[in-house]
Design a protein around this ligand. Sequence first.
Ligand code: SF4
Ligand code: SF4
Length: 433
Amino acid sequence: MAWSDLPGFQREWVYPLKSSGRYTRIRQTLGNGLIAFLAALPWIPIGGKPAVLMDLGTRRLYAFGETFTPRDSALLVVIFLIMAFSLFLVTALWGRIWCGYACPQTVFLESWIRPLEEWIEGSRGVRIRRDNRGWTLDKAWRKGLKWTLFALLSIGLSLTLTSYFVPALELWSGDGPAGAYGVMFALAGGVFFDLAYFREQFCNFLCPYARFQGALTDERSQVVEYEVQIGEPRREKPRAATEGACIDCKKCVAVCPQGVDIRDGYQLNCINCGSCADACEGVLAKLGQGSLITYTSPDTRADQKGPRPRTIVYSALLVVLSVTLVVLLAQRQPVDASVARAPGTLFTVDADGAVRNTFLLMVTNNGSASVTPTITVDGSYELIVPPISIPAGESRMVPVVVRTDDVESRTQDLRLYVDDLEIKTTFKTGAES
Ligand code: SF4
Ligand code: SF4
């Protein structure tokens, strides 16, 4: 089998016509806002750290002034579940609206890549004609310029994504680790391939969400549909009065970024972007008619209203998960600590007869400001510990010496406190059990 027989490589190239209308305006505004948000987050400092940074080396997530460690896994799982069920709920209500309005691939493709392509290569018709002709100097410089700009954009986008794992200033100034640049360039290669060539084939063949979204929608999900009853049979002439309302202008097909003819019925490849609805509205408004393509559902047409089991279940789960998140956040300590016995002997006996154990205490500051935690011990123990100050989001390891002459057993319970955080461990002695 030749590589050109693989899914995604054998295809009719889609040349979407530039769309305009209310859904296009909403998409563009939302898309530009999301790009600005995505690009800005790694650069906004909160408490001396980027607003969002996942430091894989230290296994820490810095998010909006808080520091999350592997001990916060439960919290992160709850946040992940909230995101997943929010997506399920949105899909149940409005189909693949995420794909059409907020998916990073769609947003970059529609907000930057297609406008740039049109600016360099011309409108849809010009591009189709030029691509159908052989290579000329004119075609070569336009393609060369376009791919060069796509490559630069892909590198910029990959640098931005990598800035979520390596501090942005370090990365963009060339001081990041070599491995980060390796990953970044590999990512840039993938992004370039996707934005310059693969495009809608990613949604049609690779995106996992697109594969299972059919199971999340039902008869009441609002998806883009064509009004067959009103539109068909299509008119031979725009002003013919005896046929359906569709004048077969094919503008809804021309604007579709997925190459879908929505008049053939709702299709899995449709990303619910509404461009076809905008196109039809624009065309038929000139004939004094409303759009034949709208966000609707079979139940909306049959006037079936009211809640349905799947949205009630998703909403209930979201309420439970949100309450759980609030409780977990409220219970979260501003400092986190763990203790380990210092390598070497379990205990020593000092000259005054007191038994000494030495520990290593690791203290992490989870907050957005420096802390100077107070370390104390419960019971008749003497504590020797240096004062510590921990900047926001950092950890410090300090040696902790615990002494006592109140020896009762070979292993005694020991409770250390870092501010209000209790850490249980054991104190070893040489006593006979
Ligand atoms: S059919 Fe309409 S809503 Fe679906 S992807 Fe194409 S233009 Fe967007
Ligand atoms: S844009 Fe409207 S009128 Fe034109 S072909 Fe599509 S459905 Fe028919």
